[in-house]
Design a binder for this molecule. Sequence first.
Ligand code: MRU
Length: 358
Amino acid sequence: MRERLLAAEKVKAIEWRDGRLHLLDQRLLPSEERWLAYDSAEAVAEAIRSMVVRGAPAIGISAAYGVVLGLRARLAEGGDWRAALESDFDVLAASRPTAVNLFWALNRMRERLERLKEGETPLAALEAEAEAIHLSDREANLTMAQLGVELIRRVGSRPQALLTHCNTGALATGGFGTALGVIRAANLEGLVERVYADETRPWLQGSRLTAWELANEGIPVSLNVDSAAAHIMKTKGITWVIVGADRITANGDVANKIGTYQLAVNAMHHGVRFMVVAPSSTIDMALETGDDIPIEERDGSELLELGGKRVAADVEAFNPVFDVTPADLIDAIVTEKGVVERPDAAKMAQLMCRKRLH
Ligand code: MRU
């Protein structure tokens, strides 16, 4: 299956080329495919903050390359480059708060710096580390896709109706996608009748990005407003809700795009299975429960305006962009280290002791 998955890879959103970070501007999709090039850590932080690049793994990978760009500039400045680089780590860490992959990637880059051996070139070492982070996310996608398909197949070998939320595909990761990777692989195995894609208010990752990725591959997809999800579960024979994650805590609680929590509640009510697909870089064992996860609140204009024009009444908006799904609403968390069914603290701890499966 690995070869078929690799052959099906079409979209890319992150490229490290000629010593620069190239990002596909996700704010313009699907109407325009424009690549932007980045030369500095601050510019990469701004790209993350302003959603040029988004999705937990993609944010982490971009931040890792941001550190490389920061290091190159600090070395050129001369002086105490290690001290100066700290402000690049800080600016990147401040770009978005919820997806832990950002902090995981920055920690990994810092640790690599601390492990530099006598005679090693710092820039080459950090560039190789960022590329390794990028590549290992791609590999994790492939492993998770195969594990997720096995879960779908347990329900039956007929094509199934699936529901997903936000964008978790090639645009959000270093490769094939997390939740969308599972869906793509399931489609290759003839297990997908139709994908129902929540539009994902307010930023519309579902309608602009997920629908675009699925349509590009000829996977049958219907777009629906977020509030149609319960109705669709009841009337369309959905077998699985499949979503990604921005942070998973030690007890198996999952932060993901706002609206995920109500999907899980609705899935439980309708007897629909609920699958979370995320690499282990999304697991934050330092936080006991989801209550400890910082939830990003974005500008109210994302709700109050459409295409730059005010549509709402003259009120203030509350715009939390993530929520936390409690572990007891989740049937399975799929990672590259294996699958945790009915997650709890003991099972999550066991998972984290395992090696990657590939
Ligand atoms: O605000 P975004 O677009 O960065 O949010 C993305 C999500 O919530 C995704 O579901 C999550 O990052 C998983 S991506 C593989």
